[in-house]
Design a protein around this ligand. Structure first.
Ligand code: C5P
Length: 238
């Protein structure tokens, strides 16, 4: 099954070990073009693991959700901007100066890596949001953070599929939308604001990020195939 062309599925490579990730990729790398590497595998394998994964011909999305003072974020970006990553994430909670600094660093290094701003984690419920952001609704924060991302020149945002209709009203319509919190069917885990792949694409996701529903499946290729079917139905207007 080889069908990577124009298939905007990003596999969240959230395995326990580098070996497990390599084994999974050996089996499925021909069925997708994008993988997301997060804190755990980056801690275990660092830049050499990113490079090894890119050598497979995969587009790598490094999801570190950088959030620190502007100088610290800018210098953290320097060694990552010219190794050929497809994209990496910053947390918009870091604020305007941090995001502007990141955009400037990208420009100075003439990097082609996309900078994506994480808006509100898909694991938040309105209640868990209110607990740490008293007085500001999840929706308002989402819209303001998306708008800020557009204003400072970020390339895209990461948001819940349920947030997509709001993004259309935020002034960030032109940004790439990367959407985690996607489930083939309802399940009980830490993701609270979820939908199906088909609905996410229909609502305007440019890319979807899916981890456990693929990684933990007895047959990961079958799940990828189901996601592709939903994607094609939306793309071809079936
Ligand atoms: O296993 P699951 O499909 O829930 O994986 C989703 C991935 O997307 C995880 O790696 C998680 O870190 C990431 N993510 C998210 N919500 C965000 C940003 C990234 O779930 N707002």
């Amino acid at each position: 099954m080889i069908f990577t062309e124009d298939f905007p599925l990003i596999l969240a490579l959230d395995t326990s070990t580098l070996e497990e990730a390599e084994g999974l990729l050996d089996n499925i790398e021909n069925s997708l073009s994008y993988v997301k590497i997060g804190h755990r595998l980056y801690a275990l394998g660092g830049i050499p693991f990113l490079e090894k994964t890119m050598k497979r011909g995969l587009n790598v999305f490094l999801d570190l959700k950088l959030h620190d003072i502007p100088n610290t974020v800018s210098i953290a970006l320097e060694p990552l901007m010219n190794i050929g990553l497809w994209s990496l994430t910053l947390h918009t909670a870091g604020g305007r100066e941090m995001l502007e600094g990141a955009v400037q660093t990208k420009g100075r290094l003439r990097s082609g890596t996309l900078l994506l701003g994480v808006t509100v984690l898909t694991s938040h419920s309105p209640e868990s949001w209110e607990e740490v952001n008293p007085g500001c609704s999840l929706q308002r924060s989402l819209v303001e953070r998306a708008r800020l991302s557009a204003e400072v020149g970020m390339d895209g945002i990461v948001c819940s599929p349920l947030d997509l209709p709001l993004i259309n009203l935020s002034g960030a319509e032109g940004l790439i939308r990367v959407v985690p919190g996607v489930r083939i069917q309802e399940g009980k885990d830490d993701q609270k604001r979820v939908t199906t792949p088909g609905k996410a694409f229909l609502d305007g996701a440019d890319y979807i990020v899916v981890g456990r529903p693929i990684i933990k499946a007895p047959d990961p290729l079958l799940v990828i195939q189901k996601i592709r079917e939903q994607y094609l139905e939306v793309r071809d207007g079936i």
